[in-house]
Design a protein around this ligand. Structure first.
Ligand SMILES: [Zn+2]
Ligand SMILES: [Zn+2]
Ligand SMILES: [Zn+2]
Length: 414
């Protein structure tokens, strides 16, 4: 049976993340969502690495599970249809800042290692480039290529995935960093990179317009800063036997079955714009305004669509036949928020969410393939209609820009 993985998370030790992001809360949220494999996030942070060592025990090769005594403690708060097993993989995100060819390059990278010994070797090597204890996603003063070399040195199976490759401020292809290809950044070592992360503001069809990305698998992850966001984007595998299996699936495509997407318009950097003025526009309009906000004349932040247009060498179209499939969903709390006319963080939505997963099982299947009659049978008015519309893309979108999330609406106003 296909399994969903979320391979980019953060812990409570990253700046601007929820204090709830500990191993138990991550496990609860992932199970409710229907995620079988999660990244630990932040293993370069000394305190979190210690918590991981104490809270996890080995499962299959290169994977970990919550210690049985901790697992027993959280079982009572998880509805029984969501009692699936969950695995962890050692994952971190680091930010490199450096100058190359007279340009400042700020790039986020995901790193995966199969055991604690490799994690410790990596921590030891990276600690001379920045303070690892100051942020779960540390800033390192080093070239991205050197980072990749160090990752490759610590274990033959360790691998690096460039994170959210299009976001303007901190990514390999983003409008501020301005590398034109993965190869330009990692040079001759780029042959060791086999997957890239699309990020919240782009989806596989957009990425497939850029032929230099053809050889990479496109993975999708939540980049969750709170438990609620875990699994909002996810990657699908035929199974999750082991670290080697996941790595092989991403490097060959065999066993990697595609992604669960958010609508990219919901991401924070889809269009161009200036948030303080509430102004957003298409790349064409940005040219008309000569790159400046028409209200205050500051420079507009160029979004993912703009940057992608610059590098795209294919016209917009459907996903090429050789690319992995993707399906789109909106988090169930957002769907319930719309259906119940209250905010997504309210008790009313929380209670309806718990009711839905208690009756129907984890969230992702509810969004993707549980029959509508079953959804209707749990008695939440208009929920099945909203999910029907979502599954068929009958939606209204207000795209995000300059750090502001976009909005998606499913139902016509009553
Ligand atoms: Zn990042
Ligand atoms: Zn992140
Ligand atoms: Zn402005």
């Amino acid at each position: 049976m296909p399994q969903y993985a979320d391979l980019h998370l953060h812990s409570k030790w990253s700046i601007a993340t929820s204090r709830d992001l500990d191993l138990q809360q991550i496990s609860i949220a992932a199970r409710k969502k229907g995620i079988s494999l999660v990244g630990t996030g932040d293993f370069t942070h000394p305190a979190w690495l210690q918590e991981l060592k104490e809270g996890l025990c080995p499962a299959e090769e290169g994977l970990f599970q919550l210690r049985p005594e901790l697992d027993r403690r959280i079982k009572p708060v998880i509805p029984s249809p969501c009692h699936n097993s969950i695995r962890f993989v050692l994952q971190a995100e680091v930010s490199t800042i450096y100058v190359k060819n007279d340009r400042t390059r700020k790039i986020h990278h995901l790193i995966f290692v199969p055991d604690f010994a490799s994690a410790e070797r990596l921590v030891c090597r990276l600690s001379s480039f920045g303070t690892l204890s100051s942020d779960g996603r540390p800033t390192l003063r080093m070239d991205a290529k050197l980072l990749l070399q160090i990752v490759l040195d610590v274990h033959p199976l360790a691998f690096l995935v460039p994170a959210h490759i299009w976001t303007p401020w901190f990514s390999v292809l983003g409008s501020k960093t301005q590398f034109h290809s993965i190869d330009e950044c990692y040079e001759e070592l780029s042959s060791h990179i086999f997957a890239v992360e699309t990020g919240l503001s782009s989806d596989p069809p957009m990425n497939r317009r850029v032929s230099s990305l053809d050889r990479f698998q496109l993975i999708s992850n939540s980049d969750a800063h709170s438990p609620l966001k875990i699994g909002r984007k996810a990657s699908k595998f035929s199974d999750i036997h082991s670290f080697s299996f996941i790595r092989n699936a991403l490097s060959t495509g065999e066993g990697f079955e595609g992604t669960l997407e958010m609508y990219p318009e919901e991401g924070k950097y889809f269009l161009d714009g200036h948030r303080a003025c509430g102004f957003s526009c298409s790349p064409e309009e940005t040219h008309v305004h000569q790159g400046r906000c028409p209200h205050c004349h500051k420079l507009l932040t160029k979004g993912v669509v703009h940057r992608l247009e610059t590098l795209a060498d294919r016209p917009p179209s459907m996903l090429p036949s050789w690319s992995k499939p993707c399906s789109y969903a909106i988090p169930l709390t957002e769907v319930l928020s719309e259906v119940l006319h209250v905010g997504p963080q309210t008790n009313k939505v929380h209670n309806a969410y718990e009711h839905a997963i208690s009756c129907l099982g984890p969230e992702i299947p509810i969004l993707v393939n549980v029959p509508l009659e079953e959804i209707q049978s749990i008695g939440i008015p208009r929920l099945s209609e909203a999910i029907h519309r979502m599954r068929h893309g009958i939606i209204w979108k207000q795209p995000g820009f300059d750090g502001q999330y976009g909005k998606i609406r499913l139902l016509p106003s009553e």
